[in-house]
Write a protein that binds this ligand. Structure first.
Ligand code: IPE
Ligand code: IPE
Ligand code: MG
Length: 249
C-alpha cells in the first residue's frame, strides 16, 4: 500500500477547516474483490484493508477530524463461509493487540459498538481492555462497528426503554429522540456528517440506520484496500461542495 504521509500530512490547502465533517463514517467494502483481481485469496484483501483503516485514522487525526467510525463486521457477515468469519475474528484480535500501544501514544480513544457479547471471548477481552485503557484519550474518537446491525441496535434500545416503562420509571409520552439516543450503542457520539462507502455499492447494508438520518453520502468505485489519503481528500472536497439543508429552504 502506498502511504501518502509526506505529501498529505497536513490538511490540503483547498479544504476549508471550518467546513470539515466532525464525524466521518466509513463502510469499508471491496476487500474480497481487491484480492480476487490480483488472483489472491480474500483474506489477503482483509489484511490490506487493515492498513487502509490505520492510515485513514491517522489522516483524520492529522487533518483535525474528531471522530471516525468504521464498519468492520455486520450482523449479516456471520453468513459468510466459516473460515472467513474465523479469519476476521482472529485478525481483529491480533490487530487490536498490536495497535493498542500506538493508540495510547497517539491519544486515540477506541470504542466498539455492536452486539459484542456474541463475539469470541478472547476478542471480547481485547475489546474491553482497549476501551478501558484509551477511555480518557481525546485526540480522536475511533469507533469500530463489530457484529453491528442498525436494526438490532434499534431493537435493543426499544427493549431497554420498554423495560423502564414496565418498571414505571418512564412514561410512553416521555420517550423522545434524546431518550432514544441514550440507549443506542453510539450514545454520546455526534451523528456522522459524512458516510463514505467504497467499491461502488449504493446501499447502507444495515449501518447506523438511526444516526445516518442527515449524513451526506459519498460513494467511490475504489476498493477499500486502495482507499488512501488522496481518495479521502476527494471525498472531503465533494463533501465541502454539498449544501446541507436539514429540511430547510
Ligand atoms: C469488506 O469487504 C470487509 C467486510 C465485510 C468484513 P468484503 O469482504 O465485503 O469485500 P467484497 O465486497 O466481497 O469485495
Ligand atoms: C458491509 O459490507 C459490511 C461491512 C463493510 C463490514 P458487505 O459486503 O457485508 O455488504 P453487502 O453484503 O454488499 O450489502
Ligand atoms: Mg462486500
Amino acid at each position: 500500500m502506498t502511504v501518502h504521509h509526506t505529501q498529505l500530512q497536513y490538511l490540503p490547502a483547498d479544504l476549508k477547516r471550518e467546513l470539515l465533517p466532525k464525524h466521518v463514517a466509513v463502510i469499508m467494502d471491496g476487500n474480497g474483490r481487491w484480492a480476487k483481481r490480483q488472483g489472491l485469496p480474500r483474506f489477503i484483501g482483509h489484511k490490506h484493508g487493515v492498513d487502509a483503516l490505520k492510515d485513514l485514522l491517522r489522516c483524520c487525526k492529522d487533518w483535525g477530524i474528531g471522530a471516525l467510525t468504521a464498519y468492520a463486521f455486520s450482523t449479516e457477515n456471520w453468513k459468510r463461509p466459516q473460515e472467513e468469519v474465523d479469519f476476521l475474528m482472529t485478525l481483529f484480535q491480533k490487530v487490536l493487540r498490536q495497535e493498542l500501544r500506538e493508540m495510547l501514544e497517539e491519544n486515540v480513544q477506541i470504542r466498539f459498538v455492536g452486539n459484542l457479547q456474541a463475539l469470541p471471548r478472547i476478542l471480547q477481552e481485547e475489546i474491553s481492555r482497549s476501551m478501558e485503557e484509551t477511555k480518557d484519550n481525546r485526540a480522536i474518537r475511533f469507533t469500530v462497528a463489530t457484529n453491528y446491525g442498525g436494526r438490532q441496535e434499534i431493537l435493543q434500545a426499544c427493549q431497554a426503554i420498554a423495560e423502564q416503562v414496565k418498571q414505571g420509571l418512564l412514561q410512553p409520552d416521555e420517550i423522545d429522540e434524546a431518550t432514544f439516543e441514550r440507549h443506542l450503542y453510539t450514545a454520546g457520539i455526534c451523528d456522522p456528517d459524512l458516510l463514505i462507502r467504497t467499491s461502488g455499492e449504493m446501499r447502507i447494508s444495515n449501518f447506523l440506520l438511526w444516526q445516518m438520518a442527515y449524513a451526506e453520502i459519498y460513494i467511490t468505485e475504489t476498493l477499500w484496500p486502495d482507499f488512501d489519503r488522496a481518495e479521502f481528500h476527494r471525498a472531503l472536497s465533494a463533501y465541502q461542495q454539498r449544501e446541507r439543508r436539514f429540511g430547510k429552504v
